[in-house]
Write a protein that binds this ligand. Structure first.
Ligand SMILES: CC(C)(COP(=O)(O)OP(=O)(O)OC[C@H]1O[C@@H](n2cnc3c(N)ncnc32)[C@H](O)[C@@H]1OP(=O)(O)O)[C@@H](O)C(=O)NCCC(=O)NCCS
Length: 180
């Protein structure tokens, strides 16, 4: 990561995944997932977790993103691909999902969160898309993080049901971002 002495990579068996400090109690589940479940999800092919480690004698985890397969459901039948013009309508669109994302509170505001999102977008665009049909990256955004995802290029799904959701669906159309 530019300007930060941080290495971002997939978690490996010997990694120490403890010590993430996320502040508010509403984020405890994000901490517990990394400590207890991220490795099991890897082994079971349920999700891939990429962690950011502060480089040092003993690398310390300072953030992570977890990816799995998802979809966007067009709740009111609208065409999310506006103007594809092939006379074919999906009701679900294939997507990669940011299942979890967190940055240690002592490391926030240094672009690490957006680097983790860029990793998700790049992986979807450059690794998944060439091999498997996948049009979007989606996230169920915690309300406090909506502004962050907007800065990362995400748009809220503009349906009445979604806009009142506790964690509204936000998405990026991979077709509209350049390949690496
Ligand atoms: C949301 C989170 C991952 C952001 O991480 P971060 O490393 O601080 O974010 P960045 O430094 O990369 O911020 C990128 C941009 O978004 C802005 N931003 C960051 N958090 C924001 C927020 N909550 N609301 C609005 N804007 C925000 C930054 O100011 C920055 O803008 P800039 O490019 O104009 O300078 C982090 O605050 C976090 O872990 N929160 C708790 C867990 C959480 O909410 N996870 C998301 C679950 S869906």
């Amino acid at each position: 990561v530019a300007d930060l002495d941080v290495e971002i990579r997939q978690i490996e068996p010997g990694d120490r995944l403890i010590g993430l400090s996320l502040g508010d109690a509403q984020f405890t589940a994000l901490k517990t997932f990394l400590q207890r479940y991220a490795r099991i999800f890897h082994q079971q092919n349920l999700a891939r977790t990429y962690a950011a480690f502060a480089v040092g004698e003993r690398p310390k985890v300072v953030g992570y993103v977890t990816l799995d397969c998802g979809e966007i459901v067009s709740e009111d039948g609208r065409d999310l691909l506006d103007g594809l013009g092939i006379g074919y309508r999906y009701s679900q669109y294939p997507a990669i999902k940011i299942a979890r994302l967190a940055v240690d509170e002592r490391w926030r505001g240094r672009n690490l969160g957006s680097q983790l999102v860029q990793l998700a977008l790049g992986t979807a665009k450059d690794v998944v898309c060439p091999a498997v049909g996948c049009r979007f990256v989606v996230v169920d955004a915690k309300r406090a993080s909506i502004g962050f995802y907007e800065k990362c290029g995400f748009t809220s799904l503009d349906t009445p049901a979604n806009l009142v959701r506790n964690e509204p669906v936000m998405f990026v159309d991979l077709y509209k971002i350049p390949a690496a």
